[in-house]
Design a protein around this ligand. Structure first.
Ligand SMILES: NC(=O)c1ccc[n+]([C@@H]2O[C@H](COP(=O)([O-])OP(=O)(O)OC[C@H]3O[C@@H](n4cnc5c(N)ncnc54)[C@H](OP(=O)(O)O)[C@@H]3O)[C@@H](O)[C@H]2O)c1
Length: 382
C-alpha cells in the first residue's frame, strides 16, 4: 500500500528547537525532517502565535507534563508540504491552520496538546510520547490529518474589492487564540441576544472570549482587576455599545451590586490563570446569574475553587468544564472568520509586536509575557 504522496521532496534534515529538560534552556538542533505517513501530513510551519505563559510551561514553573526530548509547539499557520496517501482533501500547497489539540482515533477521550501537554490519561500520554511528540517549533511538523483545517486563501488573503478580506498571515495567527473561548462558549450554547459575564476579560484568552461572544451575538459584561485595561478593552472591541465592564475588587458584595445594574446574566465564562483560583469574581459572577444559567469553567486553576453551591443548586444552574474545543468548533470558527463575522487582525484590535526566528525563541517568549492585552501578538517564524 502506498504510504505517502509527497508534494515536494523534503530535505533530509531540518532545524528545530529541542527541549531536553525543563531545568535547562532548549537548543536549536538539526534533526531528521519528518516524512508523511498514512493519516498525516507534513507542514512547513509559517508562524506560531506565542502564548503569554510559554516560558513558564517550558521551564517547568506551570508544571505541565510532557515527554522529553521534545520539539515544543502550539497551534500554527503552515503550508502543506506532503501528505499521506489517504488524504482526500488536504493537498500539498494548501494554507492550513494546524491545531495542537490531538485525540486518539479509537478513543477520542484520550486527548492531549501536541507540543505542550500530554493530557490526563494513560492513552493520551502514550500517544504523545510514542507517536505525536514533536510539534511546531521546527521548520516542518508532521500532524494528524484531522488536526489540519484548510484555509480559504483567496477569501482570507485576497484584496477587498476582489472578494477578499485583505488579511495577512499574521492576522490569521489570531485564530488559535479565538478558538479556545469559542470551545467553551459553544459548549454552554451561548445564544444571540443573551448576556454573558466574561472574567477575567483582560488577558489574551479572556479578551478573545469577549470578541467571540460579541460575534456570536451576545452582550458582554467584562470583569477584570485593572480599570484601565477594562477601558482599553471596551475601546478596542468592534461593538463597544454591547460591552459593559465591572472591576474585580475582591469585595463580592460590591461586585454583585455592580453586575446587578446590567440585569441578571444568562451565562458566565471563566478563564482565570492558576493564581486567580481564589479571585472574588468566581462567586460574584455566579451570584449574578439568572435561574437556569450556564457556566463554562475554562480557567487553568491547579487548586480547588470554592463555589456558591446553594445558589447553583436552587437556581438549576449548569456548570461545565471545557478543555480546548471540539474538532467541529475549528471548522465553525473558521467559517465565522471567512464570512467576515468574526474579525481578526487590526479590525479585531490585534497588533503584532514582533516576528522572531527559531533562534530568537527566548526574546519571543519574554516579550509575550509582557504583552498580554487583547490581540497582542508575538510570532515565531521557524
Ligand atoms: N481550558 C482551556 O482549554 C484553556 C486554554 C488556554 C488557557 N487556559 C487557561 O486560561 C488562563 C487565562 O489565560 P489568559 O491568556 O487570558 O491570561 P493569562 O495571561 O494566563 O492571565 C492574565 C489574566 O488573568 C488575570 N489575573 C491574573 N492574576 C489574577 C488574580 N489573582 N485574580 C484575578 N485575575 C487575575 C489578569 O488580569 P489583570 O489584568 O488584572 O492582571 C489577566 O486578565 C491561562 O492561564 C490558562 O491556565 C485554559
Amino acid at each position: 500500500m502506498a504510504e505517502a504522496n509527497s508534494g515536494q521532496d523534503l530535505a533530509k534534515t531540518m532545524k528545530a528547537l529541542v527541549l531536553k529538560t525543563t531545568s535547562e534552556p532548549p537548543t536549536i538542533q538539526t534533526v531528521e525532517t519528518p516524512q508523511p505517513t498514512l493519516g498525516s501530513a507534513v507542514v512547513r510551519v509559517l508562524q506560531i502565535k506565542v502564548i503569554s505563559y510559554t516560558r513558564e510551561v517550558m521551564n517547568g514553573k506551570r508544571n505541565y507534563q510532557f515527554p522529553m526530548p521534545l520539539i515544543p509547539g502550539f497551534s500554527a499557520i503552515g503550508r502543506v508540504a506532503a501528505v499521506g496517501a489517504d488524504a482526500t482533501m488536504v493537498k500539498p500547497g494548501d494554507l492550513v491552520y494546524v491545531d495542537c489539540t490531538t485525540r486518539s482515533r479509537d478513543n477520542p477521550s484520550d486527548v492531549f496538546l501536541a507540543g505542550v501537554a500530554d493530557g490526563y490519561t494513560a492513552g493520551s500520554k502514550r500517544l504523545m510520547k510514542d507517536v505525536w511528540r514533536n510539534w511546531t517549533y521546527a521548520e516542518y511538523c508532521r500532524a494528524p490529518l484531522e488536526n489540519l483545517a484548510v484555509l480559504d486563501e483567496r477569501r482570507l488573503l485576497g484584496r477587498p474589492g476582489e472578494g477578499g478580506l485583505g488579511y495577512s498571515i499574521d492576522d490569521l495567527s489570531f485564530i488559535s487564540t479565538l478558538l479556545v473561548p469559542y470551545g467553551g462558549l459553544r459548549d454552554i450554547e451561548l445564544q444571540a441576544g443573551q448576556t454573558i459575564i466574561v472574567a477575567p476579560a483582560t488577558g489574551p484568552f479572556g479578551g478573545a472570549a469577549v470578541l467571540v461572544a460579541l460575534a456570536m451575538g451576545a452582550r458582554v459584561i467584562a470583569m477584570g482587576r485593572n480599570a484601565s485595561s477594562l477601558a482599553k478593552l471596551k475601546a478596542t472591541v468592534p461593538t463597544p455599545g454591547l460591552v459593559e465592564t465591572v472591576q474585580i475588587t475582591g469585595d463580592i458584595k460590591a461586585e454583585t451590586e455592580a453586575l446587578a445594574k446590567f440585569g441578571q446574566a444568562d451565562s458566565f465564562f471563566d478563564i482565570g490563570p492558576p493564581e486567580a483560583y481564589q479571585s472574588s469574581h468566581l462567586k460574584s459572577a455566579i451570584l449574578s446569574l439568572r435561574h437556569g444559567a450556564r457556566i463554562s469553567l475554562m480557567g487553568g486553576y491547579r487548586e480547588d475553587v470554592a463555589i456558591p453551591h446553594v445558589v447553583i443548586m436552587h437556581k438549576n444552574m449548569q456548570l461545565r468544564g471545557k478543555w480546548m474545543y471540539e474538532r467541529s468548533d475549528i471548522a465553525d470558527l473558521i467559517k465565522l472568520v471567512e464570512h467576515g463575522i468574526l474579525k481578526v487582525g487590526e479590525a479585531a484590535g490585534s497588533h503584532t509586536y514582533g516576528h522572531f526566528s527559531l533562534e530568537q525563541y527566548k526574546e519571543a517568549w519574554d516579550l509575550a509575557a509582557e504583552h498580554t492585552g487583547l490581540g497582542d501578538q508575538i510570532l515565531v517564524q521557524p
